[in-house]
Ligand binder design. Structure first.
Ligand SMILES: C[S@@+](CC[C@H](N)C(=O)[O-])C[C@H]1O[C@@H](n2cnc3c(N)ncnc32)[C@H](O)[C@@H]1O
Length: 437
């Protein structure tokens, strides 16, 4: 019996990155497909780290290759081009030992079935090593290469947050911490923290969020104590603000209009004995909601529908609380979803705006007098946040914004904006709108 040759992780990462950066594929989907083929946990971690870092830094090192090579391989040999980007990322960002990074990249080009390009790959990486200081200066002159973000997003960030744009652009290129949400119905946050520390997992309680635990290093969460029993969920602290701002109480009827994968819905159910209806448009995303509910020991009515088409799914009983976690540009969560910057276009914002306005308008009549609607987006763009909520308030005499003051972030029109990196959280906008009684 012949042994199956070991898969070369860098070659796999290069193929994945080429599909993401040049083919428009989602890194989450590609990694979900490729990762199981790797038996070793370290290879899986390396694959994911390389694809994420490669997507995050693509716009910088893709530009660097234009300086380093006379003729780009981008079109003719996309996987080798992506492998070169990954080589530069390993040398310049990830701090891998240079000899190992170059040797492994040259080996990977052979694993890609392109041995004749091994010499070229070696020469390009060696040239970077010799000329890195000058090349970095040149790259930093161009904002796109400097921030590894598309020009439209850099412009929009500078326009919307002139005093904070450098912080926002910098935070988007950092590593996001791994945060958990302790399941109140399972046990206290302190008990979970003690179990983690006992298992030698360094972690601490987030000072401003009652259920949040910050892990000091990334890890396979399914191996943490209590995962299978539903002791916790993985959720950034920003997303944990929703349940706080909904002001939940036992007996309320609550609608989560944009529910998958169910993170905020589950948190709401952990906080109070509510009757929750979770609506989600994408049928393929519904199983994730059920998985999360069942692992955490929670129950909700889950419907597949366009939430804005209320005639199709609403039973006519008003809700005391409505959460609209609106589909948006995801520009507040670039550090967790590095491929968003490569796929999102400036023209997407107007299309998203239509959906955001439509959800608000069509769901407002479902809110009981005296009830509360929470509009949330993980965007940093004012166009998707206050520019959606302010006209809505102007046009509805029975809608009143509740002034917010949170421990982190800043006022943004009638709502509150946590910017990426504020208290080390993801970027997220919240507006609480009350209906007059
Ligand atoms: C930001 S995500 C929601 C995240 C979720 N609330 C959580 O905390 O896990 C937005 C979701 O809204 C869904 N969606 C988009 N348009 C919708 C619509 N018209 N009706 C219902 N769901 C919609 C998307 O498929 C996506 O799953």
């Amino acid at each position: 019996m012949t042994a199956t040759p070991a898969l070369d992780t860098r070659a796999l990462a290069a193929r994945a990155l080429a599909d993401v950066a040049l083919g428009g594929a989602s890194s989450r989907e590609i990694l979900g497909r490729m990762t199981p083929s790797l038996g070793d946990a370290r290879d899986r971690a390396l694959l994911s780290a390389l694809v994420h870092a490669g997507a995050r830094w693509w716009l910088r090192y893709d530009a660097a290759l234009d300086q380093l090579m006379d003729k780009s391989l981008r079109r003719k040999e996309p996987a080798v081009h992506a492998l070169l980007v990954l080589g530069l990322v390993q040398l310049d960002v990830l701090g891998f030992p240079a000899y190992a990074a170059v040797a492994a990249t040259v080996q990977a080009v052979r694993a890609l079935g392109r041995p004749r390009l091994a010499g070229l790959v070696n020469a390009v990486l060696r040239r970077w090593q010799r000329e890195a200081a000058d090349l970095r200066v040149q790259l930093d002159h161009d904002p796109v290469a400097r921030w590894a973000q598309p020009a439209w997003l850099i412009d929009a960030t500078q326009h919307d947050w002139p005093d904070r744009s450098e912080d926002i652009l910098t935070a988007a290129n950092g590593e996001a911490p791994l945060m958990l949400r302790a399941n109140r119905r399972h046990g206290s946050r302190e008990r979970l923290l003690a179990a983690l520390l006992e298992a030698a997992i360094p972690a601490h309680a987030h000072p401003d969020l009652p259920d949040a635990i910050v892990l000091e290093a990334s890890t396979d969460v399914t191996r943490l104590p209590g995962f299978a029993d539903g002791a916790f969920a993985v959720q950034d602290g920003s997303a944990q603000l929703s349940a706080m701002l909904l002001d939940l109480a036992d007996g309320q009827r609550v609608l989560d209009a944009c529910a998958a994968p169910g993170g905020k819905a589950c948190h709401a159910l952990e906080c109070a004995d509510i009757a929750l209806t979770a609506v989600e448009l994408e049928a393929g995303r519904i199983p994730r909601i059920h998985d999360n509910l069942s692992r955490l020991g929670l129950q909700a009515r889950v419907l597949q529908a366009d939430a804005a088409d209320t005639a199709a799914w609403w039973d006519g009983s008003p809700f005391d609380r409505i959460l609209i976690d609106a589909p948006c540009s995801a520009t507040g969560v670039l550090r967790r979803r590095p491929d968003v910057r490569l796929h999102r276009r400036a023209t997407d914002i107007a299309a998203l705006n239509l959906i955001q306005h439509r959800l608000l308008e069509s769901l407002w009549p479902l809110l009981a007098p005296g009830g509360r609607l929470l509009y949330v987006s993980c965007s940093i763009l004012r166009a998707e946040n206050e520019a959606v909520v302010t006209p809505f308030l102007d046009q509805h005499a029975d809608a009143l914004a509740v002034p917010l003051r949170l421990p982190m972030g800043q006022t943004a029109g009638p709502g509150w904006q946590v910017l990426p990196g504020d208290a080390n959280l993801d970027g997220m906008f919240h507006a609480v709108i009350e209906k007059s009684a």
